[in-house]
Design a protein around this ligand. Structure first.
Ligand code: AMP
Length: 240
């Protein structure tokens, strides 16, 4: 077994606490969150995925969020926080969870701390469950290539990139043969507003965690497997 495959082995004996992955769109949060989920068997809670599901199902939340998302702007804190509160109260989050795309504004970060303070989830531990906050830093031009090249399978959710991780057959999923799609908000004209929203509203989230000494930054330009190893090490050091 290689060192990397060893480090990918499942580790399910301990709680992992909330893990928060920060970083601009295209930084690799979704890919890395899935690897944490597979290793520690805790759910990935992606606010973008939940919102897209609601848009597809035409729920009240989806109807309220659709136009905002199509413009690359952020959905209101109230709607997103209520959606996250409901998701985190489900049983599968008891051992921990990995937040991907949340918090994205300073008020959302404050709200999450208050939620964890409330021990809303019958946390039997006497201490507060501080989130492990990891930010993936990626060069701007890399981000543009990663987002513009991103394709996903509408059936199994697998993510590809036409530049860096192409499917075996152009525009077709390797796993189930479905035709790959470009996310509505990955269109070129929406990418820049999304990156601007990140700079304006999400950079203060990093400041919020930095001020309280909780921000850990990783070079997200490193190869994907290297980034994964660093994330696993941070989680394990935190729980040691
Ligand atoms: P993502 O897949 O994380 O890039 O999210 C896609 C879109 O969903 C974003 O561009 C926002 O419009 C919306 N969204 C996702 N997470 C949040 C959040 N925490 N707060 C506000 N809007 C969000």
């Amino acid at each position: 077994m290689t060192q990397f495959s060893n480090s990918m082995a499942q580790e399910t004996s301990r709680d992992v606490g909330p893990v928060v992955l920060l970083g601009p769109p295209g930084a690799g949060k979704g890919t890395q969150a899935k690897r944490v989920m597979e290793r520690y068997l805790v759910p990935q809670v992606s606010t973008g995925d939940i919102l897209r599901y609601n848009v597809a199902q035409v729920t009240d939340l989806g109807v309220a969020a659709q136009a905002v998302m199509a413009r690359g702007e952020l959905v209101s804190d109230d709607l997103v926080c209520e959606m996250v509160r409901q998701r985190l109260s489900l049983k599968d989050c008891k051992r921990g969870y990995i937040l991907d795309g949340f918090p994205r504004t300073a008020p959302q970060a404050g709200w999450l701390d208050a939620l964890l303070d409330d021990k809303l989830f019958d946390n039997p531990r006497p201490t507060r469950a501080w989130p492990i906050v990891i930010r993936l830093d990626v060069d701007y031009n890399q981000l543009l290539l990663r987002i513009a090249g991103r394709r996903s399978c509408p059936t199994c959710g697998r993510i590809y990139n036409v530049h860096f991780q192409p499917p075996l057959v152009d525009e077709v999923c390797d796993v189930d043969g479905a035709k790959l799609v470009t996310r509505n908000d990955d269109r070129l004209e929406v990418i820049e507003p999304r990156l601007a929203a990140y700079q304006e509203q999400t950079a203060p989230v990093a400041d919020y965690y930095h001020r309280t000494g909780r921000l850990i930054s990783i070079n997200g330009d490193l190869p994907m497997d290297e980034v994964t190893k660093l994330i696993f090490r941070i989680i394990e050091d935190h729980n040691a």
